[in-house]
Design a protein around this ligand. Structure first.
Ligand code: MRU
Length: 360
């Protein structure tokens, strides 16, 4: 099976090629993004989406802005503008801001080098962000594998698969790995209204990989849990606060309440780039509000709601930390108390990196 590469630089290194996720599952169309405006549009319209993928796309976008403006006199001011502009594309997934801030630090550290060299370093930094995400996903998949038993039913929501990341996925990673290693699992994928990431992307990715996947409407989750078909919930994360409150696709917090009711373990998957040391609790997470048309007409052949009716369309909600069994990171599964254990995970990552650097 041919692997889909959702984000990459063009051969010439002067544009970004992305798989347009809005066209899936019917068409696999790659589009070339040449300007910051095109990248901004691709992020806001969810052509590229999923917290880690947004961060990676923005990092490459920052590099492309540097390439374009390298010879300009007010280069550094322009780069600050580029960071602000790209950072205003979506508010909830912290990976966007995390990646842009890493790019800014790289720019500052190399500011005195010849411009051409600055641009080359930024390209390397964007590549490193992509590569590290790939590595984190593999480690998360391995860390979560012991949570999966043969014959188990797992419910997932939205899309936290390879398409939402650099490769392998976060919450879907261990499912794909379990399948690869010959385990039998049954995945229930919520369709995920209103943008149908579960139906269009998760069902597509799992089905394509040969994993046993059953698509359900969001309001059927209670029923499949009540029937005893679900032994664990695995979902992604857009931003984890230090107390463990974690934002993910709208509908996630309701699933956590249901899981608690039925005594089903509820795991969220967050590489440490999704854990925000500057966000204390879920109350500090900004929830993106999206266009009413996504609810009233986007995927219908004709409008399904009266003209002029009020629509509320928050794209995410926050799962209260008390409802989360554990948060899977590349440094292992983090259990409560989350604050203390997140700090320990950051520390493990730092020392692992230092050891690796010392070896090189
Ligand atoms: O609006 P989206 O499609 O970008 O929302 C994506 C999610 O909510 C994912 O679960 C999350 O980003 C984790 S992706 C590994």
């Amino acid at each position: 099976m041919e692997e889909l590469i959702n984000i990459r630089l063009s051969e010439a290194g002067n544009s970004l090629i992305i798989l347009d996720q809005t066209r899936l599952p019917l068409e696999e169309v790659y589009i070339e993004l040449k300007s910051r405006e095109e990248l901004f549009e691709a992020i806001t319209k969810l052509r590229v989406r999923g917290a880690p993928a947004i961060g990676i796309a923005a990092a490459y976008g920052y590099y492309l802005c540097a390439l374009e403006d390298a010879e300009k006199e007010d280069f550094f001011r322009r780069m600050d503008d580029a960071e602000r502009y790209l950072g205003s594309s979506r508010p909830t997934a912290v990976n966007l801001f995390w990646a842009l801030s890493r790019m800014r630090q790289c720019l500052r550290q190399n500011a005195l080098l010849p411009r051409e060299e600055v641009v080359a370093r930024l390209r390397l930094e964007a590549e490193a962000i992509r590569r590290e995400d790939e590595e984190a996903n593999l480690r998360m998949s391995e860390a979560a594998l012991p949570l999966i038993g043969d014959g188990m039913g797992i419910l997932t929501h939205c899309n936290a698969g390879p398409l939402a990341t650099s490769r392998y996925g976060t919450a879907l990673g261990p499912m794909l790995l379990a399948h690869e290693r010959g385990m039998e699992i049954h995945v229930y994928a919520d369709e995920t209204r209103p943008l149908l990431q579960g139906a269009r992307l998760t069902a597509f990715e799992l089905h394509r990989a040969g994993v046993d996947v059953t698509l359900i409407c969001d309001n059927m989750a209670n029923q499949v849990m009540k029937e005893g078909r679900v032994q664990a919930v695995f979902i992604g994360c857009d931003r984890a606060a230090m107390n463990g409150d974690s934002a993910n696709k709208i509908g996630s917090s309701g699933l956590a309440v249901l899981a608690k009711h039925y005594g089903i373990p509820f795991y969220m998957f967050a590489p440490l780039s999704t854990v925000d040391p500057d966000t204390a609790t879920g109350k500090d997470i900004r929830i993106e509000q999206r266009a009413p048309e996504e609810v009233t007409e986007l995927f219908f052949t004709h409008r399904m709601a009266p003209e002029g009716v009020k629509v509320y369309n928050p794209a995410f909600d926050v799962v209260d930390h008390e409802l989360i069994t554990g948060i899977v990171t590349e440094e292992g599964v983090v259990y409560p108390p989350f604050g203390e254990n997140f700090r320990a995970a950051f520390e493990r990552k730092r020392s692992r990196r230092e050891t690796k650097d010392a070896e090189v």
